[in-house]
Design a protein around this ligand. Structure first.
Ligand SMILES: Nc1ncnc2c1ncn2[C@@H]1O[C@H](COP(=O)(O)OP(=O)(O)OP(=O)(O)O)[C@@H](O)[C@H]1O
Ligand SMILES: [Zn+2]
Ligand SMILES: [Zn+2]
Length: 858
């Protein structure tokens, strides 16, 4: 859906309302000459603009973060627009004044427009988008606190009620003499009455603590001034001064103390004698100051060279797909494309799917660009994120590497945006709103910043392929494409790196039919071929990677003898196994239409009793390995073993240092891993990928398997891959085996086109949840009814699929149902009814969430 201002009405009702609660008394009698409309950070009030006066001693610009009085609270707010006269329909006397400007200049130019687009497109209140973009804590709400006041006559508390007594006791024990009201209310039964009693006696008072945004961290710096004639110094003082002077005249106080083994007292004496100045400076908590070896640009291969030439010539908004097979040197191209951008004084954003999984990539950028590289992601502490923001706003040329939220990095002069592994699902936020896709936002951002967008991948998503790859002219598809586009047309380039570096071969892929293994009597989870490969690792001293696909709660049911998979009779997708809790009945369900049945004991096809829901986690596999290959040194790499900070880097470093023969893990080891001595890649069971109850299952399986296979043979030794499956003829497996991207894509596209699934058609998912199943079902049924196209218009309107239970039908006692709106390519994509109207039909116990362009349906 192209962005249009009309779609904005859901995010902000542009109506100025005076803040309720009485007139404001001007300090000193000066009249304000500026007014500001703000969004406040308070649930329920986050769609309205409120008008405040700006006191004469403050100045406010849009994007500033303010603290404002609101009812009895102090709230964080953000300035949206300013004006030089009070709004006409408001009595200026009734308008309250801004309390303070908390942070100023937080938004670079065009940034506001980006946030508004996100808000409109993803049906999300603007304030929610702002909170997604900003470092946390900036819009923090103030807190009501209670403290002791006045003299309490000794022993007087015995005449109080138990609640009042308990409050006094607690406050008496508090080190600061106060507590938050929330805390007291939780601790003390009837706290409200107790507080009332104590306030009347004047023994306690409540006060509001204003929001505390993370503050810049300050540290003391010492600057060399000189020695005036006549100033007498001890030898020791001379020595310290000399050290400071030789080190460039400026050091952190702590540093100088360490170097000279001296106290701060001595340095303060130097200050009092006028020889040095000590002042507080901002230190940026942007982490990682480890020294690294610098690396130099590599001589490029011809393909890399020609891609780089195109990239270097780009000016303004351009869209680029860099399609390079695994190990073709895409990263080197990004590095060399970004260098001249920095030289021009501009900055770049580099997005990666998951930062923890790509320590190697960050290291390579740091090795090339040193301190200019800033890593930004949600794993940083609030203080670190705050500091990163400030450093970005400074505007000096830099590179921000980060996960999806880094697309909001407030770089004022943006020269390029790179999205590596653009097909990766983690670029999409499922929850909470806005459910944005970083690739979509990146296009808007590049358009607004007028800079190139570079998407990189070995296996581009179908969306990107249709949009970026050169194809035969096809008027119908072109028309679709234009209708579905979210940005204005821009020059689009397709760059290809079809070969690995140094002409290395892609690893040959062997597909093992596990049904045959079973028939041969091999009941192990490792096929003979994979066993041979594993044995060889120990003999040759080479390394291997074993990939296990595992997905949380739902899984499909298949037959171990014949590979038969239970499917929905109406939808052509596999049924998934549901067993919500101990007492519940086991069910097989379709996530598209809601069909369900009980599981069978035997395979309906071959009557084998080995008919189970499928699943083999890393733990099970490592146990099997230990039994069958006791001499193999294994590192387990999954969400259990990588919980601690830096665990990814540590485990990967140990593996790269050859402390283990085999790395066993899930999805997370498919990404960007570049370890030359890996020669064997094994996929324990590809089937978990194939049978996801999702129209994108085949595409995702192809991408994941291609990535995993691509980890082998990146060094001098040839690699090979073994994929185990019950489904050797599946088109995705077949395509990975032959390493034929385009053929696979073309076949997939035809299916999508026939069914109007993306990229030929678009989706909006409505999710409803609540504690009472009946209410949830009634609500979703009513929404489904409301969203039906007008009778007679069905042929040229959207389709409504469902209602059906969500893939995980109950989460923390909330029942979840969903509805899918499918928009054929000729239908404009937007909610057929205003969101407010839909919300008004939901009882207050039921939550409604909207996912635009959902990636996970089942
Ligand atoms: N021109 C070059 N000359 C020599 N080595 C290179 C060159 N370009 C890249 N390399 C090296 O080749 C290896 C693979 O490159 P890189 O990791 O950038 O590939 P990639 O295309 O990003 O791979 P993948 O998509 O599989 O992660 C790296 O070790 C990199 O340092
Ligand atoms: Zn069977
Ligand atoms: Zn179905």
């Amino acid at each position: 859906m192209p962005f249009s201002p009309e779609t904005c009405d859901l995010s902000v009702v542009s109506l100025a309302v005076a803040e309720p609660g009485g007139a404001y008394e001007w300090r000193g009698g000066d009249r304000p000459s500026q007014w500001v409309d703000v969004l406040v950070d308070l649930p329920g009030e986050d769609r309205k603009l409120w008008t405040y006066a700006v006191p004469p001693d403050l100045s406010v610009r849009p994007g500033d973060i303010l603290s404002v009085p609101f009812g009895s609270q102090q709230l964080g707010a953000i300035a949206v627009a300013t004006g030089d006269r009070p709004p006409q329909d408001l009595d200026p006397e009734a308008v309250k004044a801004v309390e303070d400007v908390v942070v100023s200049g937080f938004f670079p130019a065009s940034y506001w427009a980006l946030l508004e687009r996100v808000a409109a497109y993803y049906y999300t209140p603007l304030i929610q988008v702002i909170k997604t973009a900003l470092p946390p804590g900036l819009l923090g709400k103030s807190q009501r606190r209670i403290r002791l006041s006045g003299d309490i006559p000794k022993g007087a508390e015995v005449f109080c009620t138990p609640a009042a007594r308990q409050i006094l006791e607690l406050l008496g024990e508090s080190k600061t003499g106060d507590y938050s009201w929330i805390y007291l209310r939780r601790q003390v039964p009837n706290a409200t009455r107790g507080l009332h009693e104590l306030s009347k006696k004047g023994w306690v008072e409540s006060y509001l603590e204003p929001p505390k945004p993370p503050r810049a961290k300050l540290q003391k710096a010492v600057t060399f001034v000189g020695v005036e004639p006549g100033v007498e110094l001890t030898d020791r003082q001379h020595e310290v001064l000399e050290v400071l002077r030789r080190r460039g005249g400026e050091l952190w106080l702590t540093e100088l103390q360490q170097i000279c083994h001296t106290s701060s007292g001595l340095i303060q004496t130097l200050e009092s004698k006028g020889c040095v100045e000590i002042d507080e400076r901002e230190v940026l908590r942007t982490g990682d100051r480890r020294r690294r070896e610098r690396d130099r640009p590599k001589d490029l291969t011809n393909y890399q060279e020609s891609a780089l030439t195109t990239l270097n010539d780009l000016r303004g908004f351009n869209r680029v797909l860099l399609h390079g097979v695994t190990g073709s040197g895409k990263t080197e191209v990004y590095l060399q494309a970004i260098a001249p951008i920095l030289d021009r004084g501009a900055s770049a954003i580099v997005l990666v799917p998951e930062i923890g999984l790509t320590p190697q990539l960050c290291d390579r950028f740091r090795a090339r660009f040193g301190d200019k590289v800033l890593v930004y992601h949600s794993g940083l502490s609030d203080g670190e994120r705050y500091d990163s923001w400030r450093q970005m706003l400074a505007g000096s040329p830099q590179i921000v590497i980060g996960t999806r939220s880094a697309i909001f990095a407030p770089l004022p002069k943006l020269g390029a945006i790179v999205l590596d592994e653009e097909y990766d699902d983690s670029y999409k936020q499922d929850r909470p709103s806005p459910t944005y896709h970083a690739r979509t936002v990146a296009e808007w951002r590049a358009e607004l910043a007028d800079c190139p967008l570079i998407l990189g991948s070995a296996t581009p998503s179908l969306e990107t392929w249709v949009d970026y790859a050169p194809t035969e002219p096809d008027p119908t598809r072109d028309r679709y494409r234009r209708r579905q586009a979210t940005v204005s047309p821009a020059p689009t380039h397709y760059l290809s790196l079809p070969e690995r570096i140094h002409g290395r071969a892609l690893p040959p892929v062997e597909v093992v039919d596990m049904r045959q293994e079973f028939r041969k009597g091999n009941k192990s989870i490792f096929s003979e071929s994979l066993q041979a490969g594993l044995n060889q690792l120990v003999e040759t001293g080479q390394q291997g990677i074993l990939f296990i696909h595992r997905r949380g709660h739902s899984s499909f049911v298949s037959c171990r003898s014949c590979g038969y998979v239970m499917e929905c009779p109406h939808c052509d997708v596999s049924l998934s196994y549901h067993h919500t809790h101990e007492a519940a009945a086991e069910r097989l369900r379709c996530h598209y239409c809601g069909y369900s049945q009980s599981p069978l004991d035997r395979c309906p096809d071959c009557h084998s009793p080995y008919f189970k829901h499928f699943g083999s986690g890393t733990q099970r596999v490592t146990q099997a390995l230990a039994k069958q290959f006791p001499e193999l040194r294994v590192i387990r790499f999954d969400s259990d073993t990588t919980r601690t900070k830096d665990a990814h880097r540590i485990l990967l470093t140990r593996f790269a240092n050859k402390e283990a023969d085999l790395l066993v893990g899930t999805q997370m080891l498919t990404k960007g891993l570049d370890i030359p001595q890996v020669t064997l890649v094994g996929v324990v069971a590809a089937d978990g990928l194939l049978n996801l109850c999702d129209y994108r299952a085949a595409e995702r399986a192809f991408q994941t398997l291609t990535q995993v296979v691509g980890r082998a043979g990146r060094g001098g030794d040839r690699g090979r891959a073994v994929i185990q499956t019950y489904n050797p003829d599946h088109p995705a497996i077949e395509a990975v085996r032959r390493q034929q991207y385009e053929q696979f894509i073309q076949a997939e596209l035809e299916t999508r086109e026939a069914l109007h699934y993306p990229p030929y058609g678009r989706l909006i998912l409505l999710k409803v949840s609540g504690m009472d199943e009946a209410t949830v079902c009634e609500t979703i049924a009513e929404l489904a009814h409301m969203l039906q196209p007008e009778p007679g218009w069905e042929d040229i309107a959207h389709e409504v699929l469902g209602p059906s239970p969500a893939p995980i039908a109950r989460v923390s006692n909330r029942y979840r149902w969903q509805l899918l709106l499918k928009f054929p390519p000729w239908v404009p994509v937007h909610l057929p009814r205003p969101l407010e109207e839909l919300r008004s039909r939901c009882p207050h116990t039921v939550r409604l969430a909207i996912d635009v362009d959902p990636l996970n349906l089942g």
